[in-house]
Design a protein around this ligand. Structure first.
Ligand SMILES: [Zn+2]
Ligand SMILES: [Zn+2]
Length: 145
């Protein structure tokens, strides 16, 4: 059973896009791949993962740009990067942490693609690199304790 306190909300800079999830994200991590660096215009992308079953847009929807293996959703009004969707994993979506109303509540626990990390970026090396390898392209199965 979920309560209102589990609800996660957020949106883009201008407010044209708003979203909510009934439950907290199941995974939060830093992606250091070159596409995320470009796509969010920053040192890395910090992604928050939700199941589609729990997630919905409550105002507006992103405009999507398709890149290799994924599509990236942004606000057509203010240009904020909002969402990231792997084309091979339609049951979940990720949202860029900075668009959450309370990003401070969800601390990343993994890194991806540290091989392309910008060299002078200091990362928390205690977090493991959960980049999918070999046959695994599923980010949601990449975390094992
Ligand atoms: Zn906007
Ligand atoms: Zn990436």
């Amino acid at each position: 059973m979920t309560t209102d306190t589990d609800k996660v909300t957020g949106g883009c800079l201008c407010g044209e896009i708003r979203y909510e999830s009934d439950v907290p994200p199941y995974l939060v991590g830093y992606c250091h791949c070159k596409m995320c660096q470009k796509g969010v215009g920053n040192l890395f992308g910090t992604a928050v993962f939700f199941k589609h079953a729990h997630f919905r847009y409550t105002k507006g929807t992103p405009t999507w740009f398709t890149s290799q293996g994924a599509k990236r959703g942004f606000c057509s009004q203010c240009g904020s990067p909002v969402a990231f969707q792997r084309l091979d994993a339609e049951d979940h979506c990720s949202i860029w942490l900075g668009t959450l109303d309370h990003p401070e509540a969800y601390k990343p626990t993994v890194h991806w693609h540290t091989e392309s990390k910008i060299p002078w970026v200091d990362i928390d090396s205690k977090l493991h690199d959960a980049t999918p390898r070999g046959n695994s392209t599923r980010y949601d199965t990449a975390v094992e304790d």
